[in-house]
Design a protein around this ligand. Structure first.
Ligand code: CMC
Length: 421
């Protein structure tokens, strides 16, 4: 027998049986019986907003798959651009398809000169690079007005290519601006991670990229590439559902990612490790978290109630990087924090485990990225995911996102003139 639920309106005695389909029940059925009774769900923790074939996440069992492929296999065997193709197109590319995709992306990495010079120079030297990135993504929409034609799949694909291609250029430009360094142009002879690292770090002499650091960069980008209906992807979908252009939708996603509960957590982890300072301060810090004085950043997840599989891969990758760069001095504090937290009932009972952000910052820092760039790196990685969801939503001809509310304010009252208040 098919699984279902029955809801009964106790005011009228009327009942309705709703089938459970793929783990969800259709709210349209609910509306039929209960028009004007809203399903109250702040944080949308119990609400499915999409039918999506992109990423499968089983938080109870620590499983993450892109288009059916386990994240562990993709991280070890694929490249970021191949994974981007997979997310956007739904299948792994043939060699010819991959070559064409890489060629397209490589040849869209440049920024319009006016944009590059005027945009970044308008900002103060200490502007946070996420602020620069978010506004530059939004600004790109003014350079590509044809992007508004969101009904044309070819136009959509063109902007997808542009965004994936230009993200590293914008990110590196934000960094060079902050450092007062001259911008480095994209180099079409380099692959995606190498080009980004070169634009970031080249000063004078050609920048030599160690293969272990290149591999780590590739892995980190792949691990961040998608995570189904997370906060920033939801922001992109909500803005995209109004039929805004993709630059505006991705800018909204980047703004959401900036928050310390989301992609800003990697930066917050490093700051937290600095604040703790030494191993003997770890127990007191854990006690302060348990007393509600702050959160253990890089721990906990809305969906994972088990070890985040991305955190496990990153932890391994960290050791490979440290073999080249030397051990990050904060690693011991992070390991101790993890050990203490995972044996403490506060964290165990709430199923709080390290998430993707707990160890990623240690790698980024050892590779030479300033702390402010960590969330920018997350944004580069997440861009194909945001775009895959945006594109999928438009293919499905979705409705505009427009939730309801429970009104809790004042009843009707007459306006009072200011001198009578
Ligand atoms: N440290 C201490 N306590 C925590 C933490 C934490 N990091 N995370 C959750 N809790 C507690 C929380 O206080 C609550 O306790 P109680 O039931 O006693 O009130 C319980 O665990 C459930 O927390 P919640 O806030 O209802 O959980 P949520 O699903 O709404 O929030 C989260 C998920 C990721 C925002 C949260 O765990 C958090 O703030 N973590 C720290 C920030 C972080 O690392 N974010 C990166 C997430 S992974 C990358 C990404 O997707 O962006």
């Amino acid at each position: 027998m098919a699984e279902s639920i029955t809801i009964t309106d106790n005011r009228t005695g009327e009942s309705l049986e709703i089938p459970i389909d793929n783990g969800g029940v259709d709210a349209a059925e609910w509306r039929k019986l209960l028009p004007g009774v809203w399903f109250h769900d702040p944080g949308l923790a119990t609400t499915s907003g999409a039918d999506s074939a992109i990423t499968e996440l089983d938080g109870e069992n620590g499983i993450l798959r892109y288009r059916g492929y386990p994240i562990e296999q993709l991280a070890q065997q694929s490249t970021f651009l191949e994974v981007s193709y997979l997310l956007i197109h739904g299948e792994l590319p043939t060699q010819a398809q991959l070559d064409a995709w890489v060629h397209e992306i490589t040849h869209h990495t440049f920024l319009h000169e006016k944009f590059r010079t005027r945009m970044y120079d308008a900002y103060h030297y200490d502007a946070h690079p996420m602020g620069l990135l978010t506004s530059s993504v939004a600004g790109l929409s003014t350079f590509y007005p044809e992007a508004k034609d969101i009904d044309d799949p070819d136009v959509r694909m063109k902007q997808i290519v542009r965004l994936i291609a230009k993200m590293p250029t914008m990110a590196a430009s934000a960094h060079r601006h902050a450092m007062g360094l001259p911008y480095v142009f994209p180099d079409n002879a380099l692959d995606y991670p190498s080009n980004f690292l070169n634009m970031m770090f080249q000063v004078g002499n050609p920048y030599e990229i160690h293969p272990a650091l290149h591999k780590a960069m590739e892995i980190l980008l792949i691990l961040h590439a998608d995570h189904e209906q997370n906060c920033s992807t939801t922001a992109a979908r909500v803005v995209g559902s109004a039929h805004a252009d993709p630059y505006s939708s991705v800018a909204a996603a980047a703004a959401a990612l900036y928050g310390p509960r989301h992609g800003g957590a990697n930066e917050a982890v490093l700051n937290m490790l600095d604040e703790i300072g030494s191993l003997d301060h770890v127990p007191a810090f854990i006690e302060s978290v348990k007393a509600g004085e702050g959160r253990l950043m890089g721990f906990g997840h809305r969906v994972y109630k088990n070890y985040d599989p991305r955190a496990a891969i990153i932890k391994d990758a960290a050791y490979d990087v440290f073999e080249v760069t030397g051990k990050n001095p904060r690693l011991d504090i992070a390991l101790k924090l993890e050990e203490v937290a995972l044996s403490d009932s506060y964290f165990v009972d709430r199923k709080l485990y390290p998430n993707v952000d707990f160890y990623s910052g240690l790698i980024y820092e050892s590779m030479g990225f300033p702390v402010e760039m960590f969330t920018v790196l997350f944004a580069i990685g997440r861009t194909p995911g945001w775009l895959a969801h945006w594109n999928e939503m438009l293919e499905q001809n979705s409705r505009i996102a427009r939730p309801r509310q429970r009104y809790t304010g004042a009843g009707v009252r007459d306006y009072v003139a200011i001198d009578a208040r």
